[in-house]
Ligand binder design. Structure first.
Ligand SMILES: C[S@@+](CC[C@H](N)C(=O)[O-])C[C@H]1O[C@@H](n2cnc3c(N)ncnc32)[C@H](O)[C@@H]1O
Length: 276
C-alpha cells in the first residue's frame, strides 16, 4: 500500500501486519480517551491531556463531532434514501456506530468500515454484527491507498448504486504532502450520481489560537501529524458536489437535534455534499 512507507502508518511485524505500538500516541486511541473509552494507553492519555490543557473544549468538540456523525447517517438513510456506506477512519467503536444508526433507519443498509489502526482492527468483530437484511465488512487499509479500499469494498457495496463516502474526523490526519484533495476526488469518482460525501475535520479558523497550540502539542507526541484547514480549504473537498443545507458549518450547527446540541462548542467543521 502506498501509505505504508509513511511513518503515520505505524510499525509492522514480519508478516506485514501493523503492530500495536503503545509508546506513541495514536489518533484512534487518543480519540477514545476523549470519548471516555478504555482502549488507550499512557502515551495516548499524555497527548490527550496536553491537547486538553491548550484547548479545554476538546472533549466537548469530539463528542459534538460524534453526534454530527449520527445525525448525518440518520439523514442519509432516513431522508436521502442511501443504503450503502463507506466509512473511512472508523475509530474504536463508540456509541452510535455508523451501521447501528443506518440499520435502525433501514435494516437493509450495507456498511464497509475502513481504518489502519491495529486496535480498531481488534474491535472489528464487534462492528460486524449486521441486521439480517444488511451487510457489514471491515477493511484494514490506509486512506492514502484509495484503490485498495475501493477494490475490497466492492465485495460488499454495489458501486453502480449510490454510496455515502464518510470521512468523519480523518482528513486533518492527512498531510498536504499526501494530496488529500486527490484522495477524496478518487473516492468520489468511483461512486455514481446520487452518492454523497460526508466530511468533517478540525478547522484552523475556529478558536484559532487554542487549536493551533493544541495541534503543535499533539504533533510533538502523536504518530500522525495534525493538519488543520480553513473554511475555504475544507470547502474544496466538496468541489463538484451540491452541498446539502446548512452547508459547511461547525458540526454542532449541522441540523442539530436540540438547542443543547446546537450550543456545543467544537472546532470541527463538517458538511454533506451530493454528487449531481
Ligand atoms: C479521530 S478518529 C475519528 C473516528 C470516527 N470517524 C469519529 O468521527 O468518531 C480518526 C480515525 O481515522 C483513522 N485514520 C487516520 N489516518 C488514517 C489513514 N490514513 N487511513 C485509515 N485510517 C486512518 C485513525 O486510526 C482513527 O481511527
Amino acid at each position: 500500500m502506498s501509505g505504508d512507507t509513511a511513518p503515520a502508518a505505524g510499525r509492522k511485524d514480519a508478516g506485514g501486519r501493523r503492530v500495536i505500538d503503545t509508546s506513541v500516541a495514536h489518533s484512534a486511541r487518543v480519540h477514545d480517551y476523549w470519548l471516555g473509552g478504555k482502549d488507550n494507553f499512557a502515551a495516548d492519555r499524555a497527548a490527550g491531556d496536553a491537547v486538553m490543557a491548550a484547548y479545554p473544549d476538546i472533549a466537548m468538540s469530539v463528542r459534538a463531532n460524534r453526534a454530527f456523525l449520527a445525525r448525518v447517517v440518520r439523514f442519509l438513510a432516513a431522508e436521502a434514501g442511501i443504503r450503502q456506506f463507506l466509512d473511512i477512519g472508523t475509530g474504536i467503536p463508540a456509541a452510535n456506530n455508523t451501521h447501528e444508526v443506518a440499520q435502525s433507519a433501514a435494516s437493509s443498509c450495507r456498511v464497509v468500515y475502513v481504518d489502519y489502526d491495529p486496535v480498531v482492527l481488534l474491535h472489528a468483530q464487534a462492528l460486524l454484527t449486521s441486521s439480517a437484511h444488511g451487510a457489514i465488512d471491515y477493511i484494514d487499509a490506509d486512506l492514502r491507498d484509495p484503490q485498495t479500499i475501493l477494490s475490497h469494498a466492492a465485495r460488499t457495496l454495489d458501486f453502480s448504486r449510490p454510496v455515502a463516502v464518510m470521512l468523519i474526523a480523518i482528513m486533518h490526519l492527512i498531510d498536504d504532502r499526501d494530496d488529500p484533495y486527490r484522495l477524496v476526488s478518487q473516492l468520489m469518482a468511483a461512486v455514481p450520481a446520487g452518492s454523497y460525501l460526508a466530511l468533517s475535520q478540525v478547522a484552523s479558523d475556529i478558536e484559532a489560537e487554542q487549536v493551533a497550540e493544541s495541534a503543535r502539542r499533539y504533533n510533538q507526541l502523536g504518530r500522525e501529524n495534525l493538519s488543520m484547514r480553513s473554511h475555504a480549504e475544507i470547502l474544496r473537498f466538496f468541489d463538484g458536489l451540491e452541498l446539502v443545507e446548512p452547508g459547511l458549518v461547525p458540526v454542532p450547527c449541522w441540523r442539530p437535534g436540540s438547542e443543547l446540541e446546537a450550543r456545543a462548542r467544537s472546532a470541527v467543521r463538517g458538511g454533506v455534499g451530493r454528487k449531481p
